[in-house]
Ligand binder design. Structure first.
Ligand SMILES: C[S@@+](CC[C@H](N)C(=O)[O-])C[C@H]1O[C@@H](n2cnc3c(N)ncnc32)[C@H](O)[C@@H]1O
Length: 418
């Protein structure tokens, strides 16, 4: 504990966090709820934010503490156990409720044990308890049967007895204390290495602990799934900025560097089915070898982005959630390899990342920023930091920053100045 004298009256523990804010939050909920329709995701998001604000305002600190320290941790852990043991698949396999005895028999688990765990999932609202020890799945538990969704739980709690990436979340306070509460600088000697007693970086550690690497790649697909994408309607003018002027006889339309399993390249090409285009997905060998189901216009290629870019003069070089993995010095060397391959006046660099605003940042990007720090000693960047990195240091010109509510998953377009 710090050395500052505590002057807070202990009675705050039993006072709601912000009761006076409740009437105005309720009134927003009423208005937003009246306007909710299934085609309007922005209103649904605003309603969700208001519902979260209502919980924060109504809860007493003791309740918040118990929920965060006990209930949410226990829930994530049980969800993960259900993924590994096949409980969610069994619940989804036929309609109607199932008893704990039936679930245990089908999943080779002990009824008395999993009955206790499932009761918590129901108490948290994610299973329907139709009678004692009897459960029906929900939309959420059905979604847990889909690999791109359940992989997030697997990579954070597993594999085996390693404690997964989740262990690094738990060690942050001790690691930060031991290193003087400073911004971590090295991806080879940071909190992940402290947590797992390893000299590997996160990607190497994941690949060295199968199936963690595979789960991480699937998790990236789950993270992107259903989000407004830069190649979707009303985000980035793909036709005007990429397709017009694309010389299909020369090089690639798009090179997706660190493109994982090709989710983005597939999604991008699905929006332009009629265009004859060459798209390259580049990643390390263990990732490229996992790729399945690619659009026939995509070429998967093994490539280490710390080396010379082999695809020259493409219309666009694209990176999604890549630069946020690396400190500035490494980003500059990755960017230099791309810049050398670009044709001034023709090639564009597209960076799909969070651009954290000065105020009112979204919890998805702030949460990811904390994870970047504790997993990779890296960060999500603000607009000023992007401009410093890309323009002042790497020598590109930013020609536009597109889309992204509260800066989440924006698309930064750059060119090489002529
Ligand atoms: C956070 S993931 C993003 C993956 C993908 N762009 C997406 O958004 O789903 C970062 C990717 O960078 C890849 N990567 C890490 N080091 C690399 C390197 N030296 N060369 C090429 N790719 C690398 C990882 O394998 C991983 O697929």
């Amino acid at each position: 504990m710090g050395s500052i004298e505590n002057t807070v009256d202990p009675s705050v523990i039993l006072q709601p966090n912000d009761l006076p804010a409740v009437p105005s939050i309720l009134s927003s909920i009423q208005t937003l709820g009246d306007n909710l329709d299934s085609n309007d995701d922005a209103t649904r998001q605003s309603l969700l934010a208001a519902a979260r604000a209502l919980v924060v305002a109504l809860e007493k600190p003791r309740e918040t503490m118990i929920r965060q320290c006990w209930a949410e941790n226990a829930l994530a852990s049980v969800i993960s156990l259900g993924v590994e043991s096949g409980i969610w698949e069994f619940l989804a396999s036929s309609s109607g409720p199932k008893t704990v005895a039936e679930i245990a028999a089908a999943t080779n688990t002990e009824a008395a044990f999993i009955g206790r765990l499932l009761k918590h999932v129901a108490a948290m609202g994610y299973l329907i308890e139709t009678a004692s020890d009897t459960y029906e799945p929900t939309n959420f538990t059905n979604a847990l049967t889909i690999p791109i969704l359940n992989a997030g739980y697997r990579v954070f709690t597993g594999p085996g007895n390693t404690g997964g990436l989740g262990k690094c979340v738990l060690t942050l306070p001790s690691y930060a204390k031991a290193t003087g509460y400073k911004t971590p600088k090295s991806m080879l000697d940071g909190n992940l290495q402290f947590a797992h007693n390893t000299k590997l970086n996160m990607f190497e550690w994941l690949m060295a602990h199968p199936p963690a690497g595979e789960c991480f790649n699937l998790h990236m697909g789950g993270y992107a799934h259903g989000r407004p994408r830069w190649f979707g309607p009303g985000f980035y003018p793909v036709q005007e900025r990429l397709l017009e002027g694309y010389d299909s006889t020369s090089s690639a339309l798009l090179v997706d560097i660190g493109g994982g399993l090709g989710h983005d390249a597939n999604g991008f090409l699905a929006t332009i089915p009629e265009v004859s285009a060459h798209v390259v997905v580049q990643d390390l060998e263990p990732v490229i070898s996992q790729i399945k189901d690619l659009d026939s216009r995509i070429e998967p290629a093994v490539y280490d982005f710390h080396t010379e870019q082999p695809v020259k003069e493409a219309r666009a070089y694209y990176m999604h959630s890549v630069l946020h993995d690396w400190p500035d010095e490494v980003c500059l060397s990755i960017l230099a390899n791309i810049k050398k391959a670009m044709k001034p006046g023709y090639s564009r660099l597209l960076i799909n990342e969070n651009v954290i605003p000065d105020t009112k940042a979204h919890w998805e990007s702030t949460g990811l920023d904390v994870l970047m720090s504790l997993l990779l000693s890296s960060k999500e960047r603000t607009r000023v930091e992007w401009s410093k990195l890309l323009e002042e240091q790497a020598g590109f010109k930013i020609t536009g920053i597109y889309g992204g509510y509260s800066g989440v998953e924006s698309l930064i377009e750059c060119i090489v100045p002529e």
